[in-house]
Design a protein around this ligand. Sequence first.
Ligand SMILES: [Zn+2]
Length: 284
Amino acid sequence: MDFEMEEVNCPICEEAGGDPLYMEGSFQMVQCPSCQFIFLNPRPTMDSLIRFYQKYLPEEGASIESWEKMMKPVFHRAANLLNQYRRRGRLLDVGTGFGFFLVEMKKRGWEAAGIEISQKAMDYARDTLGLTLLPGPLEKVDFPDNDFDAVTGFYIIEHLPHPLAFLRECFRILKPGGLLLLRYPHTTPIKNVLHFFGIKNRLYDLPAHLSDFSPKVIQACLEGIGFGKCQHLIGGYTLPRDLGKRTASVLFGGLSEALFYLSGKTLLFPGVSKTILAFKGNIS
Ligand SMILES: [Zn+2]
């Protein structure tokens, strides 16, 4: 697919440029000299991205089933985590894909809504799961202030051209005391190791991923917006169909989780997916 590309400033601090970090094919990740944020520059224009996402998710039934199996452990853990803080309420899942997380939360008694930009995923959710999803992006839906008890986003923030605007919107639509749960990849530490050994890879998944958040950067963004308390979590794994990827995912997911708990919940093993939970206002 051909992309129309554009040069951008740092999506976090607006500094121009960025120091070249890694190439994947013709795409380049750069690091902001001012705030150290890592992002794709130049990057596809918004129109190019919307076209790209019409073909991003799998289309046939068997591939969608594999997708569901891959994400199931992540959704199950996230649902358990939310239930530790709220037994039920109004939930919005942004970038919900086919809607499998909404099904899980509805089973648990939540009133769950989802936003998606892929028309095919919306059709599947409606025809197969009986769900009506709202067309994204989030900023265009115009929810009232203080509308949701929880907002979730699984592997979405790294796809967004304006991550700060997204986080601000999440803050606005959450009720006081409401919680935001984001799961995101953290790829740069693994890129650094593979680069050291001269191993070629496309782990950044460019140009789908527009940035690579670290726990430090994401927490600074959330606190800057006004979220009161952040909790980092690690561990858990997806179950990709490919045996090699599945083994790596279970192994590193399990190892990183063991180290996290052994270290008294302080060691965030670099390079594996992480979850952050942030509260609007402080909770006791
Ligand atoms: Zn910056």
